[in-house]
Design a protein around this ligand. Sequence first.
Ligand code: THU
Length: 133
Amino acid sequence: MDWEALRSKAREMTTRAYAPYSHFPVGAAGLVDDGRIVTGCNVENAAYGVALCAECGMISDLVAGGGGWLVAFSCANANGDRLMPCGRCRQLLWEHGGASLLVDTPAGVMTMDQVLPMAFGVAELEEVSGEDN
Ligand code: THU
């Protein structure tokens, strides 16, 4: 796993961020199981609450580019330091990478089930519907 390549993409994406309100650019990069690297940056709005996190852009890039399963993820702030994904974005990552997704945290590489323990996911829906989603 080439973490430096992923971190470098995440850092590069901070320069594309649109963050005129928070002045807190964020960049995200993910490695997909087919070898693609998907990226995103945060995009804010005058209506503050509708800001899109960098991870949202990255997930759109993943799905619009053909889908796939995330295997590793890194997020950076403007100093190039590793950044933890916010709670909502942890849920997005769970959907597209599951429990074993490797997350680059300031405390070292962790699995997604360490970062989002006891997550809600498709299994909870299937328990009630009895259907495969
Ligand atoms: N932000 C992200 O892009 N990802 C996160 O996981 C945490 C927060 C953005 C949202 C907002 O544009 C700025 O950082 C300050 O909260």
